[in-house]
Write a protein that binds this ligand. Structure first.
Ligand code: AMP
Ligand code: FES
Ligand code: ZN
Ligand code: ZN
Length: 304
């Protein structure tokens, strides 16, 4: 199997693009695609300060690596969620990455704020760990970015994450979520930093291959709370469709962004009009007290 662009042996076949590529041309292909996504969707500019949420997984480490390589001012924030050995291992990967490539990654401990990790918080409040975790992660990432002068917050969501979420939201016609799903969420309020997903058009397989070929060591294990998650099931269904009809995932996602999303815009406006400062912390919320502060209050109350 020869590379499409040179005489070298191809290391990967990308059926969605009908391309076989060698190591060097594959790496170049991914970086060019990310750069094109940044420019086409106007994600950020060279003078922006970008904070990347780093989980220790391939996608977020790749995001820090690629953005730095493309010349964007980028730092990472790893949130230690306190989920047993999973958090210990993922933190190790983030620290090792930062040392190996000389890229700055900050660390934030959930335990410092709550006195306990996500698993204990969820148990105490009798809530699902992933929902508590989502609220806390989103809040800390935005707050850290805002307070430390970052103009953009990037996450490592890849094409498989995005299409699985889209599929799930379409199955139950979640108008509000559909209105907000995009590669870019612009800054609508002073305290809500602009959010972007530079790897949204890169598949999980492409992302894994990119990390391996660049010597980026990442955590392979899934969060123990994600076992049996519907997103994993939807990803496998979409991959079955992709095997029969290559490039379906890309088309599904891009056609939604280009043609489908506009039909849900009214839900977005409604939500924006409802946003006001949280009575406790001042960050925008559609409630009186934001979800993060409610969780914090509840934890303090129950611990006595
Ligand atoms: P997930 O929701 O776990 O699929 O993660 C989606 C994105 O959120 C990742 O690509 C990261 O950019 C970010 N993220 C997830 N976990 C963390 C974490 N512990 N600390 C910082 N960012 C995270
Ligand atoms: Fe948040 Fe698993 S990463 S519960
Ligand atoms: Zn080549
Ligand atoms: Zn609050």
């Amino acid at each position: 199997m020869k590379c499409k662009f040179c005489d070298k042996q191809a290391v990967i076949k990308l059926r969605a693009y009908n391309l076989k590529l060698c190591h060097e041309h594959f790496v170049e292909f991914i970086e060019k695609r990310v750069e094109k996504t940044i420019k086409k969707y106007k994600l950020f500019k060279k003078n922006d300060r970008i904070l990347v949420g780093v989980s220790g997984g391939k996608d977020s480490l790749n995001t820090v690596y690629i953005l730095n390589k493309l010349g964007y001012k980028t730092e990472g924030l790893y949130i230690d969620l306190g989920i047993g050995t999973y958090s210990e291992h993922s933190k190790e990967k983030a620290i090792n990455f930062s040392e190996k490539f000389g890229m700055s990654i900050h660390i934030y401990e959930v335990k410092k704020d709550f006195g306990m990790g996500i698993t204990e918080i969820a148990r105490l409040l009798r809530r699902k760990p992933c929902s508590v975790c989502g609220v806390i992660k989103r809040y800390i990432l935005n707050k850290f970015a805002h307070e430390n002068g970052f103009t953009v917050l990037a996450t490592g969501h890849n094409l498989d994450d995005e299409t699985a979420t889209l599929f799930s939201n379409v199955l139950s016609w979640q108008e509000g979520y559909l209105a907000r799903q995009d590669i870019l969420l612009p800054q609508k309020q002073e305290k809500l930093v602009k959010k972007v997903k530079p790897l949204a058009l890169i598949s999980e397989r492409e992302s894994a291959a990119y990390a391996i070929l660049n010597g980026i060591d990442y955590i392979h294990e899934e969060c123990p709370n994600a076992q049996g998650a519907t997103s994993i099931f939807y990803k496998s269904i979409l991959n079955q469709i992709e095997t029969k009809q290559p490039s379906t995932k890309l088309r599904f996602y891009l056609d939604f962004i280009r043609r489908g999303k506009k039909f849900f815009e009214s839900s977005l406006q409604e939500r924006e009009e409802q946003l006001k400062p949280c009575e406790v912390c001042g960050y925008p919320t559609t409630r009186k007290v934001c979800q993060y502060c409610s969780i914090k209050n509840e934890v303090q109350k129950r611990r006595g």
